[in-house]
Design a protein around this ligand. Structure first.
Ligand code: CAA
Length: 396
């Protein structure tokens, strides 16, 4: 049987970021609370022209160019987002034009908080495994701007960015295990965003507990699915988690290992080896919602693809509300050379630190972003046209 999985990936981030130490100072909070307590160093801040379409287009442009993917081979494009730009027209429709995807292509958006990207990935894998793809590839894109109220507890856990992934047979990066996943769902009120609001509403402490409950639920479902398939569920050398902020991954690892009979000290002692390399990008970018797990995977591959070639990695996706999924993938031989070509971390090199007044001005203008006469084209399409397909070689 042919393997199916992630053939290429790329990330995109806004140009501006905020140093969390500066934010801590402005809010009268000890910087150690953000940096050590939450595990965040910087957070990406999207300017008005850097909406989720523009970020998605940038990530797609990179993955097609650097991954040397012919757009005409794409037959399915799913965008996972919880910060869509329109209630009807999906971001995938903009990408269809911007990326030059063929007319014979299914394009749509998937929403379930941060789980939307994983919903897209699972659908893409099943689409290929079922035979419906007929040799074509899928493009799965996660794009979001994470916003909480200024001066709220969630403020230091904001961020913005996109991850684009090509899903195909004989993938060059990570082969997944179709059908061998553990999902978990429950109707909970931990985090949501009413239609009238740009900012998420969150019951922070409750959201952490919901995440951890879903982790154990998904793990138990995964154990059953893996054993049915004759796979050792715990035979993974690394784990990537959904990362709303770095400390959450540590809490997740503790909870998972405690469930398997380990102490908190044992989990902490293993954390740097098991999970550490997945957190470099998120420490620089913050929460990217749907793309968070895949940003963690990109970070891990960028840091240590060569030593991980041939090894299995555990993956955990969580979307508030809630839906979660645990699955695994094997890093492919030759992945390190592809990772190098993809220049996964390059977008982080050309950013600019914002001052607190600049950041606050951007946030103050957020509410106005979507208010435009219906006859005008969406801000998104204008911004994306500017960034799309201008060539990435010059940036490297
Ligand atoms: N030095 C070092 N550490 C310090 C410190 C200091 N001076 N002061 C506080 N801390 C530590 C605290 O001990 C705490 O650590 P532990 O969690 O290990 O106990 C940590 O800093 C955070 O401090 P608080 O407990 O006081 O938490 P808070 O009231 O500031 O809120 C939060 C934290 C709940 C995460 C809040 O930022 C929030 O609501 N964020 C948005 C929601 C979120 O990200 N939820 C995650 C699960 S839901 C999900 O994953 C989906 C998603 O993407 C949103």
């Amino acid at each position: 049987m042919q393997s199916i999985g992630i053939d290429a990936m790329a990330i995109a981030v806004p140009e501006g970021y905020l140093e969390l130490r500066d934010l801590a100072e402005a809010r009268g909070v000890p910087p150690a609370k953000y940096v050590d307590g939450l595990g965040v160093v910087r957070m990406a801040v999207a300017a008005p022209h850097e909406d989720p379409v523009a970020l998605a287009a940038d990530a797609v442009r990179r993955v097609l160019d650097l991954g040397e993917i012919d757009p005409s081979t794409i037959g399915l494009c799913i965008v996972g987002t919880e910060t869509a730009v329109d209630h009807s027209k999906p971001i995938a429709a903009y990408l269809h034009r911007l990326a030059g995807l063929p007319d014979r292509c299914r394009v749509y958006e998937a929403k379930h908080a941060c789980f939307g990207g994983t919903a897209g990935l699972m659908t893409a894998v099943d689409w290929i495994a079922s035979g419906s793809a007929r040799g074509r590839k899928a493009l799965v894109v996660c794009s979001d701007i994470a916003r909480y109220g200024v001066k709220s507890a969630g403020e230091p856990t904001q961020g913005a960015g996109a991850v684009a992934m090509i899903i195909s047979t004989n993938p060059r990066l990570v082969a997944l295990e179709p059908g061998v996943t553990g999902s978990f769902a429950r109707d909970v009120d931990d985090f949501w965003r009413p239609l009238y609001s740009k900012d998420a509403v969150v019951d922070g402490k409750h959201s952490v507990q919901c995440y951890l409950d879903a982790l154990i639920g998904a793990y138990e479902a995964y154990v059953e699915a893996a054993r049915e398939a004759g796979i050792d569920p715990d035979a993974v050398v690394r784990r990537c988690y959904h990362v709303p902020y770095g400390k959450m991954a540590r809490k997740a690892h503790r909870a998972l290992l405690a469930h398997r009979g380990h102490t908190e000290d044992e989990a902490d002692a293993r954390f740097a080896d098991d999970v550490g390399s997945s957190l470099h990008f998120s420490a620089e970018i913050g929460n990217v919602y749907t793309g968070s797990l895949y940003l963690a995977l990109a970070s891990m591959l960028e840091a240590e693809a060569r030593v991980l070639e041939g090894e299995r990695i555990g993956l955990f996706s969580y979307g508030s509300g809630c839906c979660a999924e645990m699955f695994a993938g094997r890093v492919q031989q030759g992945a390190a050379a592809i990772v190098e070509k993809l220049a996964l971390g390059a977008p982080l090199a050309s950013r600019r630190a914002l001052t607190i007044p600049e950041y606050e001005a951007i946030r103050a203008a957020d509410a106005e972003i979507d208010r435009r006469p219906p006859s005008e084209p969406p801000v998104a399409s204008v911004a994306a046209r500017r960034v799309a397909f201008t060539g990435v070689e010059a940036e490297r």
